[in-house]
Design a protein around this ligand. Sequence first.
Ligand code: ZN
Length: 323
Amino acid sequence: MLSEREDELGARLKEFEGRAAAVAGVGKDPVNAPMIRHWCEAMGDTNPAYTGPDAIAPPTMLQAWTMAGLSGQAGPPGGTEAFGELLALLDAAGCTSVVATDCEQEYVRPLRPGDIVTFDAVIESVSDRKTTKLGTGYFVTTRTDVRVGTELAGTHRFRILKYAPTPRMSRKGRKEGPSSHRRPRPRPVVNRDNAGFWEGVERGRLLIQRCTGCGTLRHPWLPGCNACGCLEWDTVESSGEGTVFSYVVMHHPPFPAFDPPYAVVLVELAEGVRMVSNVVGVAYDKVRIGMPVEAEFRRYGTDAGAGDESPFVLPVFRAREGS
Ligand SMILES: [Zn+2]
């Protein structure tokens, strides 16, 4: 049940719907080949549409052209005070935490090097008060319309949850402090694009997607081929053999399910694709680039106190002897 005060806050928040979050913003840089190249390299996107004299920008870069960068601390170019006021109101009501929940984009016209991007953003909606696993708060959705001249290039909807965090409760209803037992390993996020991979892992098989158009192997799983655009694919089973292509040693920030320091590795499988995982059977400070490793499958979520969710399997890599 809502208290009168919460109801009053809800009504004040609703008044922000339709107010501008940015007016006549101008992209910091025109659409340009170097930013496109960096994006494609970071994403591993080799689609030929993004290079050459007729290159277009990857559609998913839409937001990148509107961002203020580190020097734009006062908010986005063209930003209004309304959005800041809305956030301040939520902060004052105890909704001091924020998490970006999702983003939806629509593409209307391709962006090309030389295009100068302008944009307007509006606070499209503020939800009713919602209680989530993270806490209780409000979803705030902004919609940015990106234009070149008078032409709409695309829209970008961005949703955040501003919430008052709930203290974590154990199964016995006791508040968990820093000294409580380690929390269970996070489960993989399984979606319709990668479900086949995780089904394979459950059966102890490492499946790599293969484009049936051009034969290119890919990992992580995606709906289409970055090399030829083909949407048809099958799978090949990896031998599980590979080498450490790169690694980092995690010290900070701490995650409740992990004991730092530990190594996170990028394994290059013998078939050529790379996969983020952990190495087992070797101390974190003995992991080296080029170290030969072999996949194995570990079941998690079966320890006492690990929670009541069903167990699941994750692929890890064992350092091969003599490395
Ligand atoms: Zn292909």
